[in-house]
Design a protein around this ligand. Structure first.
Ligand code: LLP
Length: 416
């Protein structure tokens, strides 16, 4: 059974780029994230090919997966980066990114983050409020930088078809500036002598159910941009959807690419894809600790939880569950839960799964995006390792945290 070009069952074992996942977790333990770098390269080249008519430059959204080997891999195939904090800029630079290939976004950048970004010479700052423009201008003057490229982020007042927590373009959202405010500021560039405001940015949401909101927002953006000939660059943000359910395929990008190409011909186009480049390249492997039948339900208690993968608890997100050893037994309606002391700590609800027993290992699929980056130490759980697979071999890219790691930053920690 083939899940994608990298992940498939071979001789009843779940493999990633032909390596038996069980052989990896036998060495590194569970829970563990495992990523295929080949799949990430594939996703990047497919997306580039699909968007060829638009000539878009892809800036990978680091918030989806900040692993240094993942970032380095994307840098090597030609990606730039979309960062939303000083920490993400530091990560991207550490992975070898050139500062000019970084766009810096975020609704609440601190002065020290702006100083860092300007000091390092990031390519673009996507700005979202007027106070921020004043800060960037002052910081550029202090750093003796003649000009900093700024793309004002438009709030297009368009509601995206997605989970409400991932919709960012509607009027009530905290993101962006209204077109009136953008117009006023583009009309008065003398207010910000060090800012080169030649770009406009938008991002209407993530895991978009269709392209209607993107195109509606783009039309509003273009109506604005056409009145300001200095606008040469348009950044469309991220949001391309992936298929979380087995057997589902994401919509073809061809119609959207054609629409974008038609509208964006005169402009330099940037995109900030996150999920679509990495989600299907990663799995989270967990071990079954106990099986408990109670109140007419079957609970499979595993050693991964909402601390390692928060998406099901936070968004009701669906992640397929694949046993590392394929079995053909009759399926059982199962609640797959973690050890965390919250009723929300359910990784899969009412899922028909083959019978599982303690010691069985399962993979939570499509965990390469917003998995490890959103992991926490809740319940004092050390964050899991990240393993990368490439060219027939694998290595621990980030080791498992230890219980000491979690205390080391506390002043009264005493080593015993
Ligand atoms: N650009 C901006 C300005 C963004 O806010 C985001 C995502 C992206 C790009 C990348 O979007 P993507 O291509 O990955 O859809 N934690 C949620 C997703 C939150 C997305 C936040 N912003 C999840 O687990 O689904």
């Amino acid at each position: 059974m083939v899940i994608n070009s990298s992940i498939r069952y071979q001789r009843e074992r779940l493999t990633i780029d032909d390596i038996d996942l069980e052989s990896i977790v036998n060495e590194v333990g569970t829970p563990a994230y495992v990523y295929s770098l080949a799949r990430i390269r594939d996703n990047f080249s497919c997306l580039n090919a699909a968007l060829a008519p638009v000539h878009a430059r892809l800036h990978f959204s680091v918030k989806a997966n900040g692993n240094l080997d993942v970032l380095r891999t994307l840098k090597e195939v030609g990606a730039g980066f979309d960062c939303v904090s000083g920490g993400e800029i530091f990560r991207a630079l550490n992975a070898g990114a050139a500062a000019k290939d970084i766009v810096f976004a975020g609704v609440g950048k601190t002065c020290s983050e702006i100083e860092y970004a300007v000091g390092r010479g990031v390519g673009w700052i996507n700005a979202e409020n007027l106070g921020e423009l004043a800060h960037i201008d002052a910081i550029a003057a202090e750093a003796d930088r003649q000009s900093v490229k700024v793309a004002l982020r438009l709030n297009p007042q368009v509601t995206a078809n997605t989970h409400p927590y991932m919709a960012t373009g509607h009027g009530a959202a905290k993101f962006g500036l209204t077109s009136d405010v953008i117009r006023q500021n583009l009309n008065a560039p003398e207010r910000y002598p060090r800012l080169d405001m030649t770009g406009i940015h938008m991002h209407v949401g993530s895991q978009l159910g269709d392209s209607k909101s993107t195109l509606a927002a783009l039309d509003k953006l273009l109506a604005l941009a056409r009145d300001f000939p200095q606008i040469k660059t348009i950044n469309l943000g991220g949001g391309l959807p992936v298929a979380y359910h087995l057997g589902e395929t994401p919509p073809s990008l061809a119609p959207l690419a054609a629409e974008l190409a038609r509208r964006l011909n005169p402009y330099t186009v940037l995109l900030e894809p996150g999920r679509s480049l990495v989600a299907d390249a990663g799995v989270l492997v967990a071990d079954v600790l106990y099986v408990k039948r109670q109140a007419g339900q079957t609970f499979v208690i595993v050693d991964a939880s909402m601390a390692e993968l928060i998406r099901p608890a936070l968004y009701g997100a669906h992640h397929e569950i694949m046993p590392l050893r394929k079995t053909n037994g009759e399926t059982v309606t199962t609640q797959v839960v973690g050890p965390v002391c919250e009723s929300a700590d359910v990784l899969a609800r009412d899922r028909d799964l083959p019978p599982l027993a303690p010691g069985d290992k399962i993979a939570l699929m499509m965990a390469g995006a917003y998995g490890m980056t959103m992991a926490s130490n809740y319940n004092a759980r050390p964050r899991p390792p990240e393993v990368v697979v490439d060219g027939g071999r694998w290595w621990v890219s980030r080791r498992r945290e230890t219980i000491e790691d979690m205390l080391i930053v506390e002043a009264s920690f005493r080593r015993s």
